[in-house]
Ligand binder design. Structure first.
Ligand SMILES: *Cc1c(COP(=O)(O)O)cnc(C)c1O
Length: 385
């Protein structure tokens, strides 16, 4: 049976053209980009070519792009690096629905005396920019707001938020790991100063990413050593990975408009089909301000985990809404922030689409999911509550 992969928000397969671009840098072009002889210079040129490609994806200047080990490190560097620079103060504003890479960094910073405000979101996961304005203090150094949430796909209005942060001379960071390559990300139009990207969410390899740092932004490195990446991120460059990220960025630029439209149509068919066929189901996140590839559902009185295990037996790969915490059974902090009661927050399912999702895959989910939920409900001790 052909597997139906519905977890592109967790990771995307490496695209064939990306793998093809990377292979030479594992073989005959394996020089160290810092070396002055020919092999080193070949690697250096490849890294700089990739830098221009990533800059092109987000409308930045190449020298504003720093390569590092992924989205997690980019988020860590943005927050810790600005806090350490200590220009304006020791207060950070963020939201209750950030990725753990931001939230856990905030928790660590709090232990070191940084004050953090976690803003609430509405029932559809949107942050009201007025909340940002109200939370600003004289010592606020940074606002960090996730551009597209990884669980529910809700998109935030960063341009409006940056209008406020700029008025107050405060830096704005966004985790754009889910957004980059799926929706237009333009650092000028958004007005952000720092932006995180991860290659393996846009058909590149795992273990490589980028942080956009607007020229003139004061930020202290978190990884120290040989001074690579113009002193901002030490360590010998992951040349094949960087080349893969660059190629993935180029492909995203050329495919984005058509892919976004194709996926949004499939997503809408999936959402309408599930809501019609599964009683006591709801869509989590915003109906229109959402990623074209994300659908997140709650089913009353069933566990998302059990739904996923049963889908797996039917050849469908998906995540419980509380993804990334498959080892914990706590309900997702994102769904709780929407105000979902625990019996809905536990029973959530994220189906995320991508380049190889077809209409047949959607039909397959619609054929098996209603029966799975009905079976689990019939066994549930909570069904009469
Ligand atoms: C996946 C993800 C990350 C982490 O990126 P890695 O490259 O896996 O470290 C950060 N933020 C969001 C929103 C993500 O989806």
């Amino acid at each position: 049976m052909k597997r139906c992969y519905f977890d592109y928000a967790a990771t995307t397969p490496v695209a064939p053209e990306v793998l093809e671009a990377m292979l030479p840098y594992f073989k005959d072009r394996s020089g160290n980009p810092s070396a002055i002889y020919a092999e080193g210079q070949l690697a250096r040129q490849a890294v700089e070519h990739a830098r221009a490609s990533v800059a092109g994806l987000i409308n930045a200047r190449p020298d504003e792009v720093v390569f590092l080990s992924g989205g997690t490190e980019a988020d860590n560097m943005a927050l810790s690096g600005v806090a350490a620079a200590g220009c304006k103060g020791r207060h950070i504003i963020t939201t209750a629905i950030e990725h753990h890479a931001v939230l856990e960094t905030c928790h660590q910073l709090e232990k070191n005396g940084v004050a953090v405000t976690y803003l609430p979101v509405d029932a559809e996961g949107r942050l009201d920019p007025a909340e940002v304005r109200q939370a600003i203090r004289p010592d606020t150094a940074l606002v960090s707001v996730i551009m597209a949430n990884n669980e529910i796909g809700t998109l935030q209005d960063l341009a409006e938020i940056s209008g406020i942060t700029r008025e107050h001379g405060i830096l704005l960071h966004t985790d754009a790991v889910q957004a980059a390559g799926r929706v237009p990300v333009d650092v000028q139009a958004l007005g952000v100063d720092l932006l995180s990207i991860s290659a393996h969410k846009l058909y590149g390899p795992k273990g490589v990413g980028a942080l956009y740092i607007r020229k003139g932004t004061r930020i202290v490195p978190i990884v120290w050593g040989g001074g690579q990446e113009r002193g901002r991120r030490s360590g010998t460059e992951n040349v094949p990975g960087i080349v893969g990220l660059g190629k993935a960025a180029e492909t995203a630029v050329s495919m984005m408009a058509s892919e976004a439209a194709r996926l949004a149509a499939l997503r809408d068919k999936l959402i309408a089909g599930v809501l019609a066929a599964v009683p006591a189901s709801r869509l989590n996140g915003h109906p229109s301000h959402r990623l074209p590839n994300n659908a997140n559902f709650s089913f009353d009185h069933v566990e998302g985990e059990s739904v996923c295990l049963n889908l797996d037996l039917e050849g469908v790969s998906a995540s419980p809404g509380s993804a990334c915490s498959s080892t914990s059974t706590a309900p997702s902090h994102v769904l709780l922030a929407l105000g979902l009661p625990p019996h809905q927050a536990f029973g959530s399912l994220r189906l995320s689409l991508g380049r190889w999702t077809t209409e047949a895959d959607i039909d397959r989910v619609l054929a098996v999911l209603p029966g799975i939920v009905a079976r689990l409900r019939a066994m549930s001790p909570f069904r009469n509550q």
